[in-house]
Design a protein around this ligand. Structure first.
Ligand code: KG4
Ligand code: ZN
Length: 346
């Protein structure tokens, strides 16, 4: 009898959340049990490779075909029946409307059917909270440089759910600057990881690219993107094989210009805020040059730096699940009439 009571108590106390991510081109589902991530299933959409960027309509259609198998796999591999779920979480925004809508509708109907709470998660907060999936976890307050295909922000993180953007790009995101340059060189989407790979063999001082210095803690990447376009146009006019013959040096020089812009602002922010705990997050935080720059600056300034595991850099549902775990503790639920918010702010 006592054993049964304990079991009932344990089951009642245990919080199991299913989280869904569908903001861009990855359909992902994860299960979190009392703050511990049990899995992180990701279906990547290769359909966009041929187009040099994410095609919103195709992303939405791919999410529709992927969502049921991805969620089923997450439940099955964690050995969880949907009747055991305490809540369903989904990425509410920011992201592509049609893509967000798929995760939003699926989560909504699942939570409604099961009679459990629904949690609408902010994708950018989730990128930052990916640092709380495993140890070592950052100490508050810390600064996070959040760099993805759609965002470039410096965020002051005061607590799990209390964050403030203190600087951000005024035009393109740094991930976009990577992807557009790659496209100009004939590389497939997403070009960021390919530029990273070529850059590892190249000389970062081979070519010079202008760096736009914005006031305060803001960024601008549209200038360097245009400069890159003209640089390639002029160089290939003189030598049609210029890109093929100089790929590693071009990638290393361009990447180095982007990283030094990011690091200068991050150093400025840390100095201004008197904070030495600094993290990076988002897809571009997978970049080996940026990860190395973070290590270097940590040594130089005695910062404590936090660099996410590769699997938690790009879009994934584990980061949505860990965010939902903190939101569940505070009963931050949304109504069943919640709609996607493509421009949702931190
Ligand atoms: O966070 P994320 O998966 O999706 C968005 O929320 O945007 O970030 C995707 C971005 C793409 O621009 C991709 O090229 C970039 O992250 N990325 C990288 C690397 N891995 C992913 N950029 C540079 N180096 C990498 N290793
Ligand atoms: Zn993202």
């Amino acid at each position: 009898m006592r054993k049964i009571l304990f079991f009932v108590q344990f089951v009642l106390m245990s919080t199991i959340i299913l989280a869904i991510e569908s903001s861009c081109d990855e359909t992902s589902a994860a299960i979190v049990h009392n703050g511990k991530i049990l899995n992180n299933i990701i279906a990547t959409q290769s359909v966009h490779e041929a187009y040099g960027g994410v095609v919103p309509e195709l992303a939405s259609r791919a999410h529709q075909s992927n969502i049921v198998p991805v969620v089923s796999q997450a439940l099955a591999s964690a050995n969880i029946d949907k009747s055991q779920l305490s809540a369903v979480a989904f990425t509410q925004g920011p992201g592509l409307l049609g893509a967000l809508l798929v995760g939003n509708s699926f989560a909504k109907f699942m939570a409604m059917g099961l009679g459990i709470p629904l949690i609408g998660v902010n994708h950018m907060k989730a990128h930052i909270l990916a640092h709380f999936i495993e140890d070592p976890k950052p100490e508050f307050p810390f600064l996070c440089l959040t760099v993805s295909g759609g965002h470039t922000q410096i965020v002051l993180v005061r607590d799990h759910l209390v964050m403030e953007v203190i600087g951000e790009t005024q035009d393109d995101a740094v991930g976009e600057a990577f992807d557009k340059a790659a496209k100009l060189m004939g590389l497939p989407y997403p070009g960021g990881p390919l530029i990273d790979r070529y850059a590892q063999q190249g000389n970062p001082n081979a070519f010079e690219f202008p760096r736009t210095e914005m006031p305060d803690l803001n960024f601008s990447f549209s200038g360097i993107k245009t400069a890159f376009l003209y640089f390639l146009r002029d160089a290939t006019a003189k030598d049609p094989d210029f890109v093929a013959n100089n790929m590693a040096d071009i990638c290393a020089s361009y990447q180095s210009a982007l990283i030094s812009t990011l690091m200068r602002k991050l150093e400025k922010a840390a100095k201004q805020m008197h904070i030495r705990h600094v993290a990076i997050a988002g897809g571009v935080s997978a970049n080996s040059g940026l990860r190395k720059a973070m290590e270097d600056v940590a040594t130089r300034h005695q910062w404590k730096v936090y660099v996410p595991k590769f699997e938690y850099c790009t879009d994934n549902a584990a980061m949505v699940a860990i965010t939902a775990h903190y939101m569940y503790e505070k009963e931050m639920f949304c109504g069943f009439d919640a709609s996607p918010l493509p421009r949702m702010k931190i």
